[in-house]
Write a protein that binds this ligand. Structure first.
Ligand code: PBG
Length: 337
């Protein structure tokens, strides 16, 4: 009798070995960038748990250095810094203070961990008293950020990070034209070799909720919808990415991650530049919360989610799971998603 003629996909799934051999996507330590929150504080031992992000902390400079040292020993290759200044003002001056908290953190980390790639988030929202990502017109309460006057401050912030030794700057403000302004300022200041990773396709997302607790950066009024993108829009994301590429971006990022995997794939297919994805705070916290309730297997879901980013086309994943991944790997379980 004739054998049935159909596709037997199970042949290549039969054993762990054959599955390992034909796995298409792998997550490696160098694919992951760990975000850290560093606080300008007199308490050198500050290590304050972030309630909405289990396992994440606001760290003093010393604690950051210590934690990064442990992570580097586990294989950490890159991180991105967010700063919490001592004081905030209308112009976000802590962001571009040559002796600001992020600038000091860069100097410390680069001195002690020279091979670690240190990137920085370039934005004003953690430094403005109103919590918006740029300048407001005087007495404005609509939250309509003034685009062009903000650009110079973002460029100054990026240059100050480069001066402190940052290996990469990542503007997350979503002002129009900021990549061009930052690129030009970096070049003029002698930092032509510092790449710009633009948060190119960044949505006005409710998934950022826990981060705003972590970075103490929630807007005091209004919201970010006049500068961050409408979650309903995909073609607009391609225009944003094209604009940032034309302005000189080296890496284009999609943010948030899992709800926008389609955008990662679209960017990967439309452009030749490296694509990054940010698995944001809300995505992280949902997994942590479900795992804490015993509803999902945390390690398995983490690995599956990271694998999904790679499969979708991301070269780099910014994720709060980076250290967890490295620890798991050290125990011999990483990369078997
Ligand atoms: C700053 C910034 C935000 C995030 C990264 N950079 C917050 C925001 O835009 O409101 C969110 C990251 C996260 O949720 O993990 N603009």
């Amino acid at each position: 009798m004739d054998q049935p003629c159909f596709f037997r996909g199970r042949r290549l799934r039969k054993t762990p070995t054959i599955r390992d051999i034909f796995r298409e996507t792998h997550v490696r330590p160098e694919d992951l960038m760990m975000p850290y929150f560093v606080v300008d504080t007199d308490d050198a031992a500050l290590r304050k748990p972030i309630g909405a992000m289990p396992g994440q902390f606001q760290l003093s400079l010393d604690e950051l250095d210590r934690q990064v040292g442990q992570a580097v020993a586990l294989g950490l290759r890159s991180c991105i810094l967010f700063g919490l200044p001592k004081a905030k003002d209308a112009r976000g001056s802590g962001a571009y203070d040559p002796d600001g908290i992020v600038q000091r953190a860069i100097r410390r980390l680069k001195a002690n961990h020279p091979d670690l790639l240190v990137a920085t988030d370039v934005c004003l929202c953690e430094y403005t008293d109103h919590g918006h990502c740029g300048l407001l017109r005087q007495d404005d309460t609509s939250g309509e950020v003034s685009n062009d006057p903000t650009l110079d401050l973002l460029a100054r912030t990026a240059v100050s990070h480069a001066r402190a030794g940052a290996d990469m700057v990542a503007p997350s403000d979503m002002m129009d034209g900021r990549v061009a302004e930052i690129r030009q300022a970096l070049d003029e200041a002698g930092f032509a070799q510092v790449p710009v990773m633009s948060y190119a396709v960044k949505y006005a997302s409710a998934f950022y909720g826990p981060f705003r607790e972590a970075a103490e950066s929630a807007p005091k009024f209004g919201d970010r919808r006049t500068y961050q993108m409408d979650p309903a829009n995909a073609r607009e994301g391609l225009r944003e990415a094209q604009a940032d590429i034309d302005e000189g971006a080296d890496i284009i990022m999609v943010k948030p991650g899992m709800p926008y995997l389609d955008m990662i794939t679209r960017l990967r297919e439309a452009f030749d530049l490296p694509v990054a994805a940010y698995q944001v705070s809300g995505e992280y916290s949902m997994i942590k919360a479900a795992a804490a309730n015993g509803w999902i297997d945390e390690a398995a879901v983490m690995l599956e989610s990271l694998t999904a980013f790679k499969r979708a086309g991301a070269e780099l994943i910014l994720t709060y799971f980076t250290e967890d991944f490295l620890r798991l790997r050290a125990q011999g379980q990483g990369g078997k998603a």
